[in-house]
Design a protein around this ligand. Structure first.
Ligand code: ADP
Ligand code: MG
Length: 498
């Protein structure tokens, strides 16, 4: 790398998100995300589409592309692609077919990949993101269906490459943006949103480590104000959102350095090295690969009826953006609280369930983002594994609202017991003798005792030092071992002290 200064500029904390090369250059980024669909079987046959398994056990003659075998399109995979298209406001294309993209590679047993590359099932569309610069709709070019390839494994044998074809034929959607992103921060937020969305609607598990979600980043630079696109490089197979960001930051800096040195960008396919956060060239991109696309003669073209699409649309869950708005409008939550609940679908599902039991919506948020989150973090669990039925949390919140226990006692003493048993909050409070006393007759004894203990303070209070009320309340709390209801105690004290 010729110019490390530029790298420093881009990677410096203030440059995060890529305000590149001062104001001279603009980065242009387009992302291609491959998402494995969570179907049980593969795209064109009944072989298991599950991740892993002993090598070459999820394969049949169809996955292997043996002559005379007949593939059939998996309807669920088509449904999932449409689901994602609808969630992104795409136009759904009704007449579809699959084509063969011919090339040779050891992990591609058929000698071609079956793909919709040139005739996608979903066109256009948007994915809303928020960055430090504000809100933006990332424009999609398309979402198309295709099959995954197998895996070549180079590090098991010294002299050989091993091939595992379990993944060959697993259904993928490829989600392709327009070249409309201009910083690594935008790219980071976009991949975060897409990952959340596929999980939200249940079409992909979003697991980047296992490769269920993979991202290729296309990056170019141009002078600010320039309209035409610069020469791009494509960084392949980024397997974490942080690496997407790092690879883009590195590429932008590398390209600026080259151009500033009077050099020219070469169109390349590159790979990211996570050991030192750099990228390296895999191959210069040939002018145009000729894959000899043609419609697959073994697969019938398929037509989507309005009814089929409507059915999928009707079953779509409320999306994060809609839910965030409805939490603010219908439940009076702040934008921040609403967004927190929609970080994960499981969290909003739990909130929705509790909101049927209690109308104290803010209290529900406080429980979810407070004691519950803490507990889940400490025990490394997801909220789906939480053993606290919505009804029980609703009852606990009600107990607090009725003044029978206070929040801190509920969080530290009652909540842990509820997680370990099927008991009800009131029962636990009674068993542990934690119920607050709000009966005036019972409270009067403690109140009188507190007053008689502090005659000087009483005198000061009567002279107008009303702030002393807290001191008396505290004393009553102490005498009652925390069980006195502070609200009723305060009223009683005010009456008695005049
Ligand atoms: P290819 O045929 O090389 O795959 P495409 O035109 O299909 O290229 O685009 C692939 C991705 O690259 C898309 O996300 C697109 O937005 C992006 N892209 C295309 N040209 C550029 C460019 N000059 N700079 C950055 N991204 C680009
Ligand atoms: Mg490409």
């Amino acid at each position: 790398m010729a110019n490390t200064n530029e790298t420093a500029t881009v990677n410096s904390p203030s440059g995060v998100g890529g305000k590149v090369g001062g104001d001279k250059y603009e980065a242009v980024i387009g992302l291609e995300i491959h998402a494995q669909l969570q179907t049980e079987s593969k795209l064109f046959c009944g072989d298991s589409a599950a991740f892993g398994g002993a090598p070459n056990t999820h394969i049949s003659a169809i996955t292997m592309g043996h002559p005379g075998t007949l593939p059939k399109t998996n309807k669920k995979a088509v449904e999932y692609a449409i689901k994602m298209g609808l969630a992104c406001n795409c136009e759904i294309v009704k007449d579809n077919y699959f084509a063969r993209k011919n090339y040779f590679y050891p992990d591609l047993p058929k000698g071609y990949q079956t793909s919709q590359h040139t005739t996608p099932i979903c066109k256009g569309g948007i994915v809303p993101i928020t960055t430090s610069e504000g809100a933006k709709d990332v424009e999609l070019n398309r979402i198309h269906l295709e099959e995954d390839a197998g895996k070549s494994i180079h590090d098991i044998e010294d002299d050989y490459t091993c091939v595992d074809l379990n993944r060959a034929g697993v259904p993928l959607i490829e989600i392709v943006t327009e070249p409309c992103l201009h910083s690594s921060e935008e790219a980071y937020q976009y991949v975060t949103e897409v990952r959340k969305l596929v999980q939200w609607i249940g079409v992909c598990d979003g697991n980047m480590e296992e490769g269920s979600l993979r991202c290729d980043a296309n990056v170019s630079i141009r002078l600010k104000g320039e309209k035409s696109l610069g020469t791009k490089v494509e960084v392949k197979n980024l397997n974490s959102i942080r690496n997407v960001k790092k690879a883009i930051d590195y590429e932008i800096a590398r390209m600026i350095a080259i151009v500033e040195d009077g050099g020219k960008i070469v169109q390349q396919t590159r790979s990211f090295n996570a050991d030192n956060d750099t990228t390296f060239s895999m191959r210069d991109k040939e002018e145009a690969n000729d894959y000899r696309y043609f419609a697959c003669p073994d697969l019938s073209p398929f037509h989507l009826t309005d009814e089929f699409i409507k059915g999928i649309e009707g079953a779509l869950p409320k999306l994060p953006k809609q839910l965030i708005a409805s939490y603010q409008n219908d439940f009076g939550l702040s934008a921040y609280d609403a967004a927190q609940l929609c970080d994960e679908k499981e969290t909003s599902d739990y909130f929705n369930a509790v909101a049927k039991e209690s109308k104290n919506y803010k209290a529900i948020v406080n429980w979810i983002t407070g004691p519950i989150k803490q507990y889940l973090n400490d025990s490394n669990l997801s909220i789906g594994a939480l053993k606290l039925p919505a009804k029980t949390l609703g009852a606990l919140i009600q107990l607090i609202d009725e003044g029978k226990v206070n929040f801190s006692v509920a969080a530290t003493r009652i909540f842990p017991v509820l997680l370990q048993s099927d008991k009800q909050p009131l029962q636990v409070a009674e068993e542990l003798n934690l119920l607050q006393v709000s009966d005036t007759n019972e409270l009067e004894g403690w109140v009188d005792e507190a007053i008689s203990k502090m005659p000087d303070k009483v005198a000061e209070y009567k002279k107008g030092k009303k702030g002393l009320i807290g001191l008396f309340v505290g004393e009553v709390k102490k005498l009652s071992k925390g069980k006195a209801d502070p609200k009723v105690v305060t009223e009683l004290l005010q009456k008695k002290l005049g």
